[in-house]
Design a protein around this ligand. Structure first.
Ligand SMILES: *Cc1c(COP(=O)(O)O)cnc(C)c1O
Ligand code: SF4
Length: 380
């Protein structure tokens, strides 16, 4: 017998009638859209999208969860969900300075899965699988490019050498599990990793980088959160880019994580034509606060081969930040950063107008100036 459910994104009035359990994440994963015919059930595919999908064959992976596809605008090819998930012909234009790995993950890798770029923290790339292959992925070479992988041997290779590396480096206090998307692994597999990490006394915090709350929120089950709870402190950073991605299902996933003591923060990427607009960005940030997600980073888009067309200028990013800082809740405002071969570099607003002999002149968010004289003893 099949269960028939009327589900989808009620916020946008898109309903998909399915004869399988919409709340079962493994079903979404198994039923990911990977063919044109399948995609056509959700949207009116444009000729450009169609040729980009054909051109991608053998070059770039693409897959979309039925959930994420249900958020797509059927008619509008500029829909932010479509732009993030459906291949475009622009991916095949190469630009100057673009590189498959401009941030230097390979330069800093110290083992099969570990990238050690900052002294006190590492990332562990545990899988190259994702529920949706985001067209703008910074690790496009690693996740989406069919020729590319950072895994020296295989993804299923023993973790023990990686754990030993952490064990032998007392300075590592923060381990970030990422990929690909680590939540693609089963709870059992993830628990093994967490348990082993927790046997290393100097590992203080463990964090996940996962886009599942956005791309397949059904993955965040009560059982999963109860498992995480045993290994606290666990943090999770996710990746919402557009207000349309904040739905009842994603809010429910976030609520489960928070209820089980996992703080959730957001890392957006500034993407041309998707969120490079003050009003859209503000709405995204405000809606994140409504579901109790703390905006953490706004990444300047990296010049990754196949991704460059999503880049804005840094001035665009700074203008958006100028429209946010002081104009809205302090903790609605992420840090705007650019990832480089030398690490993440903040791109702050310049608030110092002048360094004079007597002190500094600062300006506030309305460009109102304040002078701050240097401290001098009053009577001497
Ligand atoms: C982003 C990143 C981290 C974590 O950086 P935070 O600024 O602490 O969030 C760690 N290692 C690598 C290689 C990274 O790219
Ligand atoms: S989920 Fe994350 S790692 Fe996977 S394709 Fe999207 S941005 Fe890249």
């Amino acid at each position: 017998m099949t269960v028939c459910k009327e589900k989808g994104n009620e916020l946008h009035g898109i309903y998909e009638s399915v004869d399988w359990d919409w709340d079962d994440w493994s079903q979404h994963f198994r039923r990911r859209i990977q063919t044109l015919d399948e995609l056509k059930k959700y949207i009116d595919v444009t000729p450009d999208e169609e040729s980009a999908i054909q051109k991608s064959a053998g070059i770039y992976k693409w897959a979309v969860t039925p959930y994420y596809a249900s958020l797509m605008d059927k008619e509008d090819p500029n829909c932010p969900i479509r732009r993030q998930a459906i291949p475009s012909l622009e991916e095949f234009t190469t630009y100057n300075y673009s590189d498959v790995d401009p941030v230097g993950d390979t330069k800093y890798r110290v083992g099969n899965r570990i990238v050690h770029k900052y002294a006190d923290r590492i990332i562990m790339l545990i899988t190259e699988q994702c529920p949706v292959y985001c067209r703008h992925c910074t690790r496009k070479f690693h996740t989406t490019n069919l020729n590319g992988t950072y895994f020296e041997s295989s993804e299923s290779e023993s973790y023990e050498p990686d754990f030993l590396y952490i064990e032998n480096h007392q300075e590592i206090r923060d381990v970030l599990l990422t990929g690909g998307d680590p939540l693609t692994y089963s709870d059992t597999k993830l628990e093994k990793i967490l348990k082993r990490l927790r046997s290393i006394p100097h590992v203080e915090i463990i964090r996940f980088g996962s886009r599942y709350p956005v791309l397949l929120p059904q993955r965040i089950t009560k059982e999963f959160c109860e498992m995480l709870e045993k290994y606290h402190p666990i943090w999770l950073n996710t990746h919402f880019n557009h207000p349309k991605e904040i739905t009842k299902d994603s809010a429910k996933a976030i609520n489960l994580l928070l209820t089980h003591g996992v703080p959730v923060q957001n890392q957006s990427v500034l993407l041309k034509g998707i969120n490079d607009d003050l009003e859209i960005m503000k709405k995204l940030l405000h809606n994140l606060l409504k579901i109790r997600v703390r905006p953490y980073y706004l990444y300047h888009c990296d010049n990754v081969t196949g991704v460059s067309h999503f880049m804005t200028t840094i001035d665009t990013g700074l203008d958006i930040m100028k429209g946010l800082v002081g104009h809205t809740t302090g903790f609605a405002t992420p840090s705007y950063v650019i990832t480089t071969i030398n690490g993440k570099i903040p791109l702050p607003l310049n608030t110092v107008v002048e360094y004079s002999e007597d002190g500094l002149i600062l300006k506030n968010y309305q460009d109102k100036e304040t002078s701050l004289p240097y401290l001098t003893p009053k009577d001497s």
